[in-house]
Every structure is written in C-alpha cells, then in structure tokens.
Design a protein around this ligand. Structure first.
Ligand SMILES: C[S@@+](CC[C@H](N)C(=O)[O-])C[C@H]1O[C@@H](n2cnc3c(N)ncnc32)[C@H](O)[C@@H]1O
Length: 209
C-alpha cells in the first residue's frame, strides 16, 4: 500500500471510526493490517464481506486482492440499516472508485437472509474468505457463517471480544458474537485465533485446512 492510497483512507473520518483499532497519526490500519496480510497470504479470488459502516474492511481486502497477481472479486452484502449510505448505487460506485476498487467490489444492498435467495448467490462457486460484521449477535454470526458452505478459506468475525450495548439500529442491544466464537472454540472441527485488539477479530479455519 503506498502512502498516497493510505492518505485517502485516513482522510475519511467515518472510514476509520469503525472498531478496528486504526490510528491516524502514523497511518496505522490496526486490524486492517491483519485483513490485508491474510488476503495477501491466502490469495482468495472471491471474498464475501457482510456489513460495514463505510467500507473499511471491503476496501482494505479488495486492495489486497488488487495487489495479488490473481486479482479477484469481493461481494459486499449490506442492506444499509445503520443509515442511508449504501442505498444509492451511484454513490456506492463513486465511493469505491475513489480507492480504485470499483471493478473489484460488488455491492448487494440487502441482508444475508435476502442474498442467499438471489441468483448471484446460486452462481457462487468457491469462496476463499468470509468476513462477518453485520448484526453482531451470536445468532446472526452463525447464520452468516452457515450461509456460505462454499467457503474454502478462513472466516473472520469482527467484534469477537465486544460486550458493548449498541445503538446503531435504534433500540439498544448487546454484542454477543463472542458467544458464537466460544461455540467454535469448543468444536474440534475448527481452529480459532482470537485477536483481542479494537473490538476484536476471530480468524476461524476448518481444522486441517
Ligand atoms: C455499521 S456496521 C458495523 C461497523 C463495522 N465494525 C465497520 O467496520 O464498519 C454493520 C453493518 O451491518 C449491516 N447489517 C446488519 N444486519 C445485516 C444482515 N442481516 N445482513 C447483512 N448486513 C447486515 C448494517 O446495514 C450495517 O451497515
């Protein structure tokens, strides 16, 4: 990542304020370095990202795909429930084009529940990486995970350490993703690396893969 591209990321206040432990002073992406590094290392050609406030995760992951010779395609699912930001396709395209990523990121303005009923979902073959950051409840995190049995690489779960009461959808509710992470840790089919920085991210792989 060159410093000019990074400067664009840090220019957008709301892109940085999203629980990934970034720091403006030294253009430090915080957990973004983990996301970027994992995409460079695994080289997934297809990534699915569920939920983002202003696109920090899809932008960092798509940038890593662009920097890999394989290139790639990133399917971003977000119904714009926190505000109207993702509602206008032209605004969304312009937002990702600003980072040179409009030809990689494909936005679907809907919930995971709706996405799994689409032809775009049926056409999905292998998925190399999944990032879950939608409703932040254990139940929805499990649904999001189970919805992509085509996944061959790691599943990442944001808010893996968070216990906060959130008000982003109006009525306060508690983050409970950590309970789903505990369930995966107790299941010998999975390896789980929990990184307790920012709101936390858990990297989950099928044991032996
Ligand atoms: C506001 S973000 C959380 C902040 C996040 N940590 C970030 O990096 O930006 C959560 C997003 O998940 C989306 N969302 C909520 N429920 C969802 C669901 N069932 N399927 C897909 N996306 C969902 C919301 O529209 C919202 O934009």
């Amino acid at each position: 990542m060159d410093s000019e591209w990074l400067a664009k990321v840090f220019r957008l206040e709301k892109l940085i304020d999203s629980g990934h432990g970034q720091r403006r002073e030294d253009q430090n992406l915080g957990l973004g370095h983990v996301y970027y590094g994992l995409v460079r290392a695994y080289r997934p050609e297809v990534i699915v990202v569920i939920g983002s406030w202003r696109g920090f995760v899809p932008i960092v992951m798509a940038k890593a795909q662009q920097d890999n010779v394989e290139g790639g395609r990133l399917i971003f699912i977000d119904p714009s429930m926190a505000d109207d930001f993702w509602k206008d396709p032209k605004v969304v395209e312009h937002h990702f084009a600003n980072f040179g990523l409009a030809n990689i990121i494909e936005h679907h303005c809907m919930t995971t529940q709706e996405f799994v009923k689409t032809d775009a979902y049926k056409a999905l073959d292998k998925i190399g990486m999944l990032f879950v950051d939608g409703m932040h409840t254990a139940e929805q995190a499990e649904f999001d995970h189970a919805s992509f049995p085509q996944l061959e690489g790691p599943a990442l779960f944001h808010d893996s350490c968070s216990t906060i009461m959130s008000r982003i959808y109006g009525k306060p509710y508690q983050h409970t993703v950590r309970k789903y992470i505990q369930k995966l840790q107790d299941n010998s089919d999975f390896d789980v690396l929990n990184v307790p920085l920012g709101m936390g991210v858990a990297v989950v792989t099928l044991r032996g893969t």
